[in-house]
Structure formats: structure tokens, C-alpha cells
Design a protein around this ligand. Sequence first.
Ligand code: UDP
Length: 337
Amino acid sequence: MKILITGGAGYIGSHVAKQLLETTDYQITILDNLSTGSIKTIKTLQTIKTFDFIELDLKEFDKVKEILEKNRFDVIIHFAAFSIVSESMQNPFKYYFNNTVNTTNLIKCAVKADVKKFIFSSTAAVYGDVQQNSNIREDFPTNPINPYGMSKLMSEKILQDTTKISKNFKYIIFRYFNVAGADMFYKNDLLIPRIGERHEPETHLIPLVVKTALKKREVLNIYGDDFDTFDGSCIRDYIHVEDLANAHIEAITYLDKNESDIFNLGYAKGYSVKEIVNSIKNITNCDFKTQIIERRGGDPAFLVSDNGKILDKMKWKPKFNNLELICKSAYEWEKNI
Ligand code: UDP
């Protein structure tokens, strides 16, 4: 089986690539423009098993078409995208061009090249502000409050419309909640992640908190504590990147006998920003300064999944549903970069 992973040099894509290289004999090609992904990650993955790496931006429509025609992939797992909510508020065009326009072209080329399965990384940001503070099911209304969420929702719609005109084409859309943690690689009983989160600049909560614990930053900013939640800070559903990655591998065989579908990927449990800060203080035994500053644009108060659908329909069994392990692996990774 031939699999194309776009964005495989990035945080989530590289964990999926790693699992595929370690546990299957599928033939892997990674395509990445290295804008946010890292060549170091590609080199680390090459030490596990060799694979083809193509450095290319998806905006190169002719080249994308040529690569897909030539390679005849069975599956595309599409991660290449921008994913920072706050940036999307400042620069919506960047998000609509890369996340929606380039994805539309990729899907069109995939259909032409007879790709049968398309696995798409979408986001819980498609739901927008869920007023009732209840766990979000896949059939909840979608109403993104930022361009990032909208850029992904539009790509979801394009995939859905594609299956109406192309009978051999199936998709799985995964709506990610908050992905965190790093490679669960042990050597001599020590957790030493080989790959992990590496964003420049970093904007995500858990990596910023571990950087602060490691004194790489002076203070952790909490974006607002006047939300309608139990302690005033925002609540998110943090899922370990290894579990999230594994769902993509399950999705490949799932599509052999099942129809296209949408699944949430989360643990159905929420933690507030303040809880995350305290938990990392405890795990690392490091104290550090925090300060409450004003809200960040585009942040909903509460985003927690209902994950009943994937647990019911797919053979996906989360192994690292444990906040301590998520934070510990993020910390061990951050110590070594
Ligand atoms: N957050 C924060 N301080 C930071 C980074 C994030 O208070 O330095 C909050 C942010 O406002 C949100 C939550 O942490 O409520 C998770 O943010 P993140 O950027 O990790 O993921 P998002 O939910 O935006 O995808």
C-alpha cells in the first residue's frame, strides 16, 4: 500500500509517519514545504526506516498533480496546514489560501489520480462557541468563530461534495481537540521522546507551560480568567499525540468496510488552563510566575469532545489517556531541544 503524508515533517504528521514506519510495511512518502515542519524531524524518522521525502509547497499545483499521477497513492493523509487560531484572526487569507484553496487542489488531483482513501485533519474549532458547556458530538452545529476553523470546515464540505461525484473516493475527517505530548520512546526505562512539538513561535499552552517550568521563559500568560467556566479560565480536551496518531492508522483499514465519516478525536474530559499550569508545576516540581492578561481573540470558553462515536465504531483504543503522561512527555521532549 502506498501512502502520501502531507505535512509529515510537522508535529502530528510526524507521529503518524513514525507509527506507520514502525508498525506497518506500507510504502510511505512525506511531502512537506518545511515552513513549519522540521528537516531534523525528517532525519530522525529516516533512522527508523527509509521513505521518500518531497520538499514541496502544495500551492505548486502542477507539481502536485504530476506527483500524484506518477505515484498512484492508495491513501492520502493530509496534515499540511496552518493551525494557529490567533494568527488566523490577523491574517485570514494565509489560512484560506493554504488550508482551503491548496486542499481543494489536492483533493481534485487525488480524485484524478484515483486515490481511494483521504484522511483529513480537521479541528474542534469548526464547532465554534458551544454555549451549553456540554461535550460536543459530531452532529452538533458547526459555527466557527475564527478563520482557522472556517478554513477547515470549508475543506470538510469539499470532501463531502467530492464523494457525491466520485464513487471510488472515501474520506475520514478527524476533528482534533487539543493535541499535546510527545513520542513515548523509552530507553533504559527513561522516557526520551525522539520527536515532539516544535513551533516557532510557540503559541500552544502545554509547550509554553513546560518551557516556563524549564526557565526558557519567565512568565506564563493566562489569556483571561473571566470566562463562564468553574475557575474562569478556558477549558480544553487534551489528547496525547500518540493516541491521536493511532486513530489515523485505524482509519485506513476502517474505510475498507465502512463509508466516509467524521469523528471527534479527544478524551471527552476537560481541563482548565489553571489546572494545566498546576499539574505541570506538580509533575516537574518547578514553580514559576503566571499572570492573567486579557482574552485572546477567537478563544471559545469550552471545547470538550464527546468521543462515543469513534469508540463505538472504530477499533481505536486510547493508551495514554492520562494528563500526567501528556505533560511529562511534553516536558521530557522540551528538556532535550
Ligand atoms: N492559553 C493561555 N496561555 C498561553 C497559551 C494558551 O492561557 O500562553 C490558553 C488559550 O487561551 C486557550 C488554551 O490555553 O484557552 C489552549 O490554547 P492553545 O493555543 O494551546 O490551543 P487552542 O485551543 O487555541 O487550539
